[in-house]
Design a protein around this ligand. Structure first.
Ligand code: C2E
Length: 352
């Protein structure tokens, strides 16, 4: 089937099929990620495929097509996703394995320590007796106890080393997981982590009849800045804006690098007024800071940011919330930049 899809993507009708897939995704509020695109291309172009059948079943059930559902179908039917899935599974089972081994080692360590203590106290009691026979037995027992104690100590130190090694492995695994969620330049969450966090926040808001607010932030005229001062300085400006955004995104807020010079803050359970105050604080701070070229101390001037904010309406899905925040961002840009705009619930936007 993968070959059939490859052929379609290289045929004269490739764009037509791609458009159909995108239309179907939009109609079903599905994220336009690479995996989803591949799945929905099967859905429109390979109606007889197992992928299409599974998607059909989800649509008919009336359930929303979530990223987890897409991942599950991809892992079962798309060879590339299967590999990623297997890597993830391997990580998860290694972690579980480490937990089990750690617990077993800890329990063995406790048992051998207790045994050593019991032998030591038995020896003390026997040493208080007077008869020759008992003394001989005490000598034998003492020697045996000493040997067992020494062996126990060696075993304990071996177990302690193994436990340390397992902890190091677990930390390493955790670091790999963190890296996979982190943007290397800014150390904010990356796009993948953002997608997951927004999906989670929207589900939570729908479940609790609460809200989630999204701010999408863009550095104004960044391209000009980059062209004038070079990419390295451009990267530093991105890092600077990211550092301010990270600082204002305390508590449950999620700050992410959304794209090149675009950032996002998710405000779970917080409304547009809170988001507005937070973003305005960042905007003021950024627009008044005169940046310098680190190598020469030359003044680079200031940068400004524009932001679009959207507060979720009941049961709103991530893709729609992003679309409204994006619309508000464009309104902020249209109205002169260096400002924040809030999306109306009916998707019209007001610039502040
Ligand atoms: P960085 O260069 O790794 O600096 C990290 C932090 O160390 C900065 O956080 C700041 O608190 C401090 N720091 C480093 N160099 C200086 C300095 O020359 N003067 C002062 N007063 N503090 C310094 P901050 O300010 O949040 O900046 C985060 C990142 O943003 C920096 O990482 C750098 O990549 C970029 N950045 C910030 N300001 C400027 C600037 O004026 N020019 C350039 N080129 N980059 C800047």
């Amino acid at each position: 089937m993968a070959n059939e899809i490859d052929l379609i993507l290289r045929s004269p009708k490739a764009y037509e099929w791609a458009r159909k897939a995108m239309d179907a995704m939009e109609a079903n509020s599905v994220w336009p990620t690479a995996i989803n695109f591949e799945l929905w291309l099967h859905y429109v172009a390979a109606k007889d495929s197992e992928v299409a059948a599974e998607i059909d079943q989800i649509i008919r059930s009336g359930e929303r097509f979530t990223e987890q559902m897409g991942d599950a179908i991809a892992v079962n039917h798309l060879p590339s996703a299967k590999l990623n899935g297997e890597i993830l599974d391997a990580g998860k089972s290694l972690s579980a394995e480490l937990d089990t081994v750690s617990r077993a080692i800890e329990s063995a360590r406790e048992t051998s320590e207790a045994y050593g203590q019991q032998l030591a106290s038995a020896t003390e009691v026997l040493e208080e007796q007077d008869s020759e026979a008992v003394r001989n037995m005490v000598d034998t027992l003492s020697a045996a106890t000493l040997k067992v104690r020494e062996e126990n100590q060696a075993l304990q130190s071996q177990l302690a080393d193994t436990t340390d090694e397992l902890s190091r492995l677990r930390e390493h695994l955790e670091q790999v997981r963190r890296d996979a969620m982190t943007d290397a330049l800014t150390l904010l969450f990356n796009r993948k982590a953002f997608d997951e966090a927004l999906e989670k926040a929207c589900n939570e808001a729908a479940k609790t009849h609460g809200v989630v607010t999204l701010a999408i932030i863009d550095i104004d005229h960044f391209k000009v800045f980059n062209d004038t001062w070079g990419h390295q300085t451009g990267d530093q400006v991105i890092r600077y804006v990211a550092s301010v955004i990270a600082r204002v995104s305390e508590g449950t807020r999620v700050a992410a690098r959304y794209g090149g010079e675009e950032f996002a803050i998710i405000f779970p359970g917080e409304d547009r007024h809170v988001a507005m105050a937070v973003v305005e604080k960042a905007r003021e701070e950024i627009s008044t800071r005169i940046l310098k070229r680190r190598s020469t101390n030359e003044e680079l001037g200031t940068v400004t940011i524009s932001t679009g904010i959207a507060e979720s309406v009941r049961g709103e899905q991530p893709v729609m919330l992003i679309e409204r925040a994006d619309g508000a961002l464009y309104a902020a840009k249209r109205n002169g930049r260096n400002r924040t705009a809030i999306a109306d619930k009916n998707a019209e936007s007001k610039a502040a």
